[in-house]
Write a protein that binds this ligand. Structure first.
Ligand code: HDE
Length: 705
C-alpha cells in the first residue's frame, strides 16, 4: 500500500531499536542496565549514578493527565476519499470529488477512566482528524446524534454527575448510580439522549459496527461565501450491531479490551473497516422550517425530512505504531476548521470551541502539542508563535512578528499571494447580550417519543430493561420517581413497565423540582409541544439499519476436542469464509488437537480461556470429539449461553445428540438452531447469522445461564 503524507510523517519519527546498543537519553552507551552504582558490593547507592537517575527521572514522568472525558479510547489511521462533487456548496478542498485525505480516528467511551472496560453502557466518541492540504480538520462526534444538554455551561455538571461519585469514586464507567439519575431527572432536556443511551446503541458489538454523528448543525460555505447548514453522519459498511446487556457485563470480565482488540485484529488481518460519510443539507432559507430548532443539540433532523446524501468513504487501514504517541497524544478540537466549513450558533458547539484547545494545553503540557507527530498538519505550519514547553521546531532568523520588512513580510497573509485562507461565514449577527435559553429549545419530549416509537419490539424491551436496571441501582426513591415522571411524558407504557420493576406507579405530572429547574431556562415550562412532522423514523432503529445480510468478520466458535472430523470442520469453515466470517477453533486445551481422519490442528483457544459471550455464533462439528464434549461442562455453558443470548447455533449430524444435555431440547429448537439432519447446514446457518440475533427467544425468561 502506497504511504500517504501522514504515514510518511509519522514514519519519520518512528524509532527502531533493532541492532542498536542501549544508550542514555544523551546517547551515552550503557554497559549495565541491571545494577545501580554502589559504594562497595553491599554498600549504599551513589548519587553520581547518572545512568540510574536518567532512567528513573524519565520513568517518574511517564504519565500525563488522562482526558477528563473520553479517557478510554482506541485509534487507527486511514484514508478518506471524496466521491461526489459538492463544490457548489463547500469550498473545502478535501471534499472535492476524487480527493484522498489521510485520517486518524479515535473511538472512545465517555465516563470511564483510561483503563476501564470497553463494554460500559455509554456513548461512544467518534473523532476523525482529517489531515487536509488546507490544514487539519477535526470532526469530533459521537455514535449518538444528540446530546444530554443544550448549553455548554452545564457540561461540567453532566460530567460530574455521570463520573464516579466524589466521596467513594464508584461506580467505574457506569451511569447506573444516584448522581447521574439525580441530574438527568432534573433536566428534561436530557430525555431524548437518555433514550439513546439506554438503547442498545450504548453497547455496540464492535467499534466497526456503529454509526457516527457530528451531532451539531454545522455550516458549509462555498466560494461565493454562501452558507448551507449541514449535519454529518458516518454509516458503517458492516451495519450497526449490538451485544446483549448481560453479555456486555460478562465481556467486561472476560476481555475488557474487547472493542480495542477487535479493531486492532481486524485492521491487522486486512479487514479494513469502512464508513460512508453522509450529509444532510439545509438551505439557510429553511432554518426555521422545522417543528424543532436546528441549533438545538438535543434534536436530530429525521432522515425522512432531509435525506442523507453519501459524499465519500473512510477506510481504516493501519494500526498505530505506538499507543501513547498516537492514540493518547492525538489532540482533537472541533474549534479548528478548514476553509469551506464553519460553526453554527448551537450554544453547545460554541462552548466546545474553547474547551478542547484549553484541555490539550493542560493535558499535553503546553502550547506545542501541534508539533507532536500525530497532530502536525501535513501542509506544514508557518507563523510567529514561538517558545513554550517542548518546542521542537527551530525558527530561523531574527523575525518573529508581523508585519515585518526584515523577513520580507513573511509569513504573509494568505490573500496576498492568492491562496485561499480561512474566512468566517459572514453571517449577520445583531442582538442584545443575554444569558438565557431560546424558547425554541423548550420542547423536550417529542423527539424522545419519536425515538421510542421508531424502535422494534425487541429494541423497546431492551430499552425498558436498561432503564429498569439503571434505576434499580439508584438508591434514592425520589430520584426514581422523578425519572419515572419524565418517562411518562415520553410514553406511558414505557413508564409503566419500568415502574413495575421498581414497584412504583409513574406520576402523570413532572416532579416539582424538575419543573423548578426547567423553568430556570424556560420560564413558561412546560410549553405546548409543536406538532411533529413525523411520528416514526425507520432510520432510528438498528434493526432496519444498513449492512443487513452481511456477516463479514463475524466470529464463529467451532467447539471441538480430540477426534473431531476435519471434513466436518472444513465444510462449515469454507462456507463461512466465503462470506467473510471467521472460524475460531476452541478445544478442551490449547496446542495440537487430533483429527479423526489423522493429522492435527494447532489450536490457540480453549474452554478455559474463551467465553461464549465473545463470539457471534457456534458450530459443533461431528467426530469422536462428541464423546469428550459430552462430559465437558464448559461446552454446555457455550451452547446454553449462546442460545440465551439469541445467537445462531449449528450442529453437524453426529453432534446433534449433545443437544439432549442442553437447554435446547425439542420445542426449543427454533429457526436459529440449525441441525444438519433437518436443515441445509451451511447455507441456513449463514442465513440466520445475517439476521444478527433471534431476539424472539428473549420472551422465554426461563433460559438458565
Ligand atoms: Fe467533548 N470534550 N465536550 N463532546 N468530546 C472532550 O477534549 C466538551 C461534546 C467528544 O478522542 C475533551 O481532548 C464540552 C459533544 C469526543 O480525544 C473536552 C462539551 C460531543 C471527545 C471536551 C462537549 C463531544 C471529547 C476532553 C459541551 C459530540 C474525545 C479531552 C459544550 C459531538 C476526543 C479532550 C478524543 C473530548 C469538552 C460536548 C465529543 C474536555 C465543553 C456534544 C468524541 O475538551
Amino acid at each position: 500500500m502506497a504511504k500517504n503524507k501522514k504515514t510518511q510523517q509519522i514514519d519519520n519519527h518512528v524509532i527502531d531499536n533493532t541492532n542498536k546498543g542501549m544508550t542514555t537519553n544523551d546517547g551515552v552507551f550503557i554497559t549495565d542496565n541491571n545494577n545501580t552504582l554502589k559504594a562497595g558490593e553491599r554498600g549504599p547507592s551513589l548519587l553520581e549514578d547518572f545512568i540510574y537517575l536518567d532512567k528513573l527521572a524519565h520513568f517518574d514522568r511517564e504519565r500525563i493527565p488522562e482526558r477528563v472525558v473520553h479517557a478510554r479510547g482506541s485509534g487507527a489511521h486511514g484514508v478518506f476519499e471524496s466521491t461526489v462533487d459538492i463544490s457548489s456548496i463547500t469550498r473545502a478542498q478535501f471534499l472535492k470529488k476524487g480527493t484522498q485525505t489521510p485520517v486518524f480516528v479515535r473511538f472512545s467511551t465517555v465516563a470511564g477512566f483510561k483503563g476501564s472496560t470497553d463494554l460500559a453502557r455509554d456513548v461512544r466518541g467518534f473523532s476523525v482528524k482529517f489531515y487536509t492540504e488546507e490544514g487539519n480538520y477535526d470532526l469530533v462526534g459521537n455514535n449518538i446524534p444528540v446530546f444530554f444538554i443544550q448549553d455548554a455551561m452545564q457540561f461540567p455538571d453532566v460530567v460530574h454527575a455521570v463520573k464516579p461519585e466524589p466521596n467513594n469514586e464508584m461506580p467505574q464507567a457506569g451511569s447506573a448510580h444516584d448522581t447521574f439519575w439525580d441530574f438527568i431527572s432534573l433536566m428534561p432536556e436530557a430525555a431524548h439522549m437518555t433514550m439513546w443511551t439506554m438503547s442498545d446503541r450504548a453497547i455496540p458489538r464492535s467499534l466497526r459496527m456503529m454509526e457516527g454523528f457530528g451531532v451539531h448543525t454545522f455550516k458549509f460555505v462555498n466560494t461565493e461565501g454562501k452558507g448551507t447548514f449541514v449535519k454529518f453522519h458516518w454509516k458503517p459498511k458492516l451495519g450497526v450491531h449490538q451485544v446483549a446487556w448481560q453479555e456486555a457485563q460478562k465481556i467486561s470480565g472476560y476481555d475488557s479490551d474487547f472493542h480495542r482488540r477487535d479493531l486492532w485484529e481486524a485492521i491487522d488481518g486486512g479487514d479494513f473497516p469502512q464508513w460512508d460519510l453522509g450529509i444532510q443539507l439545509i438551505p439557510e432559507e429553511d432554518e426555521f422550517k422545522f417543528s424543532f430548532d436546528i441549533l438545538d443539540p438535543t434534536k436530530l433532523i429525521p432522515e425522512e425530512l432531509v435525506p442523507v446524501q453519501i459524499i465519500g468513504t473512510m477506510t481504516l487501514n493501519r494500526n498505530p505504531e505506538n499507543f501513547f504517541a498516537e492514540t493518547e497524544q492525538v489532540a482533537f478540537d472541533p474549534g479548528r476548521l478548514v476553509p469551506g466549513i464553519d460553526f453554527s450558533n448551537d450554544p453547545l458547539l460554541q462552548g466546545r470551541i474553547f474547551s478542547y484547545a484549553d484541555t490539550q494545553n493542560y493535558r499535553l503540557g503546553g502550547p506545542n502539542f501541534h508539533e507532536l507527530p500525530i497532530n502536525r498538519p501535513v501542509n506544514g505550519k508557518y507563523n510567529n508563535q514561538k517558545d513554550g514547553f517542548g518546542r521542537q521546531e527551530i525558527l530561523k532568523g531574527n523575525v518573529s512578528y508581523f508585519p515585518n520588512s526584515l523577513g520580507n513580510g513573511c509569513p504573509y497573509h494568505a490573500m496576498l499571494k492568492g491562496e485561499k485562507g480561512f474566512e468566517s461565514h459572514a453571517e449577520k449577527v445583531d442582538g442584545k447580550k443575554i444569558r438565557n435559553r431560546s424558547q425554541s429549545f423548550a420542547d423536550h419530549f417529542t423527539q424522545a417519543r419519536l425515538f421510542f416509537n421508531s424502535q422494534s419490539d425487541s429494541e423497546k424491551n431492551h430499552l425498558i430493561s436498561a432503564l429498569s436496571f439503571e434505576l434499580s441501582k439508584v438508591k434514592s426513591e425520589d430520584v426514581r420517581r422523578r425519572e419515572l415522571a419524565i418517562l411518562n411524558q415520553i410514553d406511558s407504557t414505557l413508564a409503566k413497565k419500568v415502574g413495575d420493576h421498581l414497584g412504583l406507579k409513574p406520576s402523570t405530572n413532572l416532579d416539582d423540582l424538575t419543573l423548578q429547574f426547567a423553568r430556570q431556562n424556560h420560564p413558561e415550562y412546560p410549553i405546548k409541544a409543536p406538532k411533529p412532522e413525523i411520528e416514526k423514523s425507520a432510520a432510528l432503529s438498528m434493526e432496519v439499519k444498513l449492512g443487513e445480510g452481511n456477516i463479514r468478520t463475524r466470529k464463529v466458535a467451532f467447539l471441538i476436542a480430540d477426534g473431531v472430523s476435519k471434513s466436518s470442520i472444513d465444510k462449515m469453515k469454507n462456507g463461512l469464509e466465503e462470506e467473510g466470517a471467521k472460524a475460531v477453533l476452541i478445544a478442551t486445551k490449547v496446542g495440537p488437537v487430533k483429527f479423526k481422519e489423522g493429522g492435527e490442528a494447532l489450536v490457540q483457544f480453549s474452554y478455559l480461556t474463551e467465553a461464549s459471550v465473545c463470539y457471534d455464533a457456534f458450530y459443533t462439528p461431528e467426530g469422536d470429539s462428541i464423546s469428550i464434549l459430552k462430559n465437558e461442562p464448559d461446552y454446555y455453558q457455550f451452547i446454553n449461553e449462546g442460545y440465551r443470548h439469541c445467537k445462531a447455533l449449528a450442529f453437524a449430524k453426529g453432534a446433534e445428540e449433545l443437544l439432549q444435555n442442553t437447554y435446547i431440547k425439542d420445542d426449543k429448537v427454533d429457526k436459529g438452531v440449525i441441525l444438519e439432519s433437518k436443515n441445509n447446514l451451511v447455507e441456513d446457518f449463514i442465513q440466520v447469522m445475517k439476521g444478527h440475533r433471534i431476539w424472539e427467544r428473549e420472551q422465554d425468561r426461563k433460559i438458565p445461564v
